[in-house]
Design a protein around this ligand. Structure first.
Ligand SMILES: Cc1cc2nc3c(=O)[nH]c(=O)nc-3n(C[C@H](O)[C@H](O)[C@H](O)COP(=O)(O)O)c2cc1C
Length: 151
């Protein structure tokens, strides 16, 4: 299990996309099968996958609508998932990404999906980015945890 990963990304300024592409390369180098789909371009997953990793920004205190819609329409029952959320606000700010991320996770669990890892938060230095120093390590930690949770 967890060898076949669907990586779906939504990105306006390219930061979430950059993270998704890097994560995809890392998983491939670890022997995972992956497919990368752009939510904005309406790309659809093809074939088998057992784990979904979603890369998306928050805006105005919510995970952006296109990402929520992608997840709403997805047949994900019985699949694992992890969220990677890009944000500019502090985690304790009133526009923090934490609550909207937890809300989306709860929706995914209601759909019958299983949380494979805690959310990963990637802070960007301004709305346009770039991601803060060390984000590659943060992404590697998520890849480690997906690798280690395989049976
Ligand atoms: C209109 C707008 C609203 C935003 N609202 C929030 C917010 O509520 N909380 C937050 O942490 N970041 C907020 N941001 C920053 C975005 O999260 C940031 O632009 C995004 O993570 C960059 O990712 P992307 O390059 O993939 O689009 C906002 C950015 C814009 C442009």
């Amino acid at each position: 299990m967890m060898k076949n990963v669907l990586i779906a990304y939504m990105s306006y300024f390219g930061n979430s996309k950059k993270c998704a592409v890097l994560f995809d390369q890392d998983l491939k180098s670890r022997g995972f099968e992956t497919q990368l789909v752009s939510i904005k371009d309406n790309e659809k997953p093809s074939g088998e996958w057992d784990t979904l990793v979603v890369f998306s920004p928050v805006r105005i205190g919510r995970v952006v609508g296109k990402t929520r819609k992608f997840i709403r329409k997805l047949d994900g029952s019985g699949k694992n998932f992890a969220l990677v959320i890009s944000h500019a606000a502090d985690l304790d700010h009133r526009f923090s990404p934490v609550k909207p991320t937890e809300k989306l996770q709860a929706r995914m669990v209601e759909k019958g999906m299983m949380k494979a890892a805690d959310p990963t938060y990637i802070r960007v230095l301004s709305n346009e980015g770039p991601p803060v120093e060390g984000f590659e390590d943060t992404l590697r930690e998520l890849a480690d945890s997906l690798e280690n949770s395989q049976q």
